[in-house]
Design a protein around this ligand. Structure first.
Ligand code: ZN
Length: 137
C-alpha cells in the first residue's frame, strides 16, 4: 500500500465565522472553498488546494459526533486525513492487523471522495481519515 501524503487536517470549531475571521486576521488566510458535508453534519471552510489542506469543521446539529467532540474536548485538532491510492486495500490491511475501524467500508465524503475513518485506538491516538480521490463515480 502506498499513500500519497497528508490530504488535510481538520480542526473542530464552535463558530465558523469567528474562526474564519481569526484565520484572516492572524494568518492572512481566506478559505478557498466552503462546503456543507451533510453526511458528517458539518459545515467546512477549506484552505488550500490539493494535498496539505486545512479544514475548519463546525457542527450543523447539536448531537453530531463533532458536536459531541467539542462538548467533551473543546476546540482543536479533530482528525488528520491521509490520501491513499487504494482505500479498499488500505482498509483490508488495517482490518487484518486488527486495527479498530469506524468505517468498515468506504463512504462518500467531502468533494465526493471515498473516505473511511480509523478509530484513534487504531491509529496511535489520532482519529485518522483515509481518502481516495478525486471523485467517486
Ligand atoms: Zn476530513
Amino acid at each position: 500500500m502506498k499513500a500519497k501524503g497528508l490530504d488535510h487536517v481538520a480542526i473542530a470549531v464552535k463558530d465558523l465565522d469567528q474562526v474564519m475571521a481569526f484565520y484572516k486576521d492572524a494568518f492572512g488566510l481566506v478559505p478557498d472553498e466552503q462546503e456543507e458535508v451533510k453526511d458528517q453534519q458539518v459545515k467546512a471552510a477549506i484552505y488550500g488546494h490539493g494535498l496539505g489542506r486545512i479544514e475548519l469543521i463546525c457542527p450543523t446539529v447539536s448531537d453530531s459526533s463533532v458536536a459531541k467532540f467539542l462538548e467533551k474536548r473543546g476546540e482543536g485538532l479533530h482528525h488528520i486525513c491521509i490520501e491513499v491510492e487504494d482505500i479498499d486495500a488500505a482498509l483490508a490491511k488495517l482490518k487484518a492487523q486488527g486495527a479498530q475501524l469506524i468505517d468498515q467500508v468506504p463512504r462518500i465524503g467531502a468533494g465526493g471522495a471515498r473516505i473511511a475513518f480509523v478509530h484513534p485506538k487504531g491509529a496511535h491516538g489520532v482519529l485518522t481519515e483515509l481518502r481516495q480521490g478525486p471523485k467517486a463515480p
